[in-house]
Design a protein around this ligand. Structure first.
Ligand SMILES: [Mg+2]
Length: 172
């Protein structure tokens, strides 16, 4: 369950490299990856990032959030979306894997127990980013307790260190 790459945030990701590696589809988590929880206003910087990304990739939102929130954010960013995706369950990843080539997709998110686990157990590439803000709903706080447990273990075995950024994405 180790992410293929780890960046500070979505702005730090080396998208040029992803493109060179043949990545065609980017799937972004929403909450605390693209926009903080409980916020509706998407920043200018995020909008402009997505506008640039759309020139080089097919960009999607892949979120456990409800339809209304996902649709309004997707609409504002001008991208397609998957809502109530039930990460890390396999069901909704399968839909994507039927429509796209697995090795041309990258998932991007801020949670180990949903974003990273969900992608990895489906054999998909995933980039982990730091959460935007500390304020999170109770379900996420629950996932964070498990995440903390794993992070501690990974640190002990030298597998993953918080704030040690890397990118090990390769073509398959
Ligand atoms: Mg999130």
């Amino acid at each position: 369950m180790i992410p293929d790459a780890y960046y500070k945030n979505i702005f730090a990701i080396d998208y040029k490299r992803l493109k060179e590696l043949g990545i065609k589809n980017l799937f972004f988590d929403i909450d605390n990856t693209v926009i903080p929880y409980f916020e509706k206003e998407i920043s200018k910087e995020t909008k402009s990032l997505f506008n640039n990304l759309k020139n080089d990739f097919c960009v999607f939102l892949f979120s456990n959030s409800r339809k209304k929130r996902v649709y309004s954010i997707a609409n504002e960013l001008g991208v397609d979306s998957y809502y109530s995706s039930m990460k890390p369950l396999k069901r909704n990843y399968k839909k994507i894997m039927n429509m796209f080539k697995k090795n041309e997709c990258v998932f991007i998110g801020d949670q180990f127990m949903t974003d990273v686990l969900g992608a990895k157990r489906n054999g998909l590439k995933v980039i982990f980013v730091n959460k935007l803000k500390d304020k999170e709903p109770i379900t996420t706080k629950f996932w964070r307790i498990l995440e903390k447990h794993y992070l501690k273990k990974y640190k002990k075995y030298g597998l993953f260190n918080i704030d040690e950024f890397y990118d090990r994405i390769k073509t398959i």
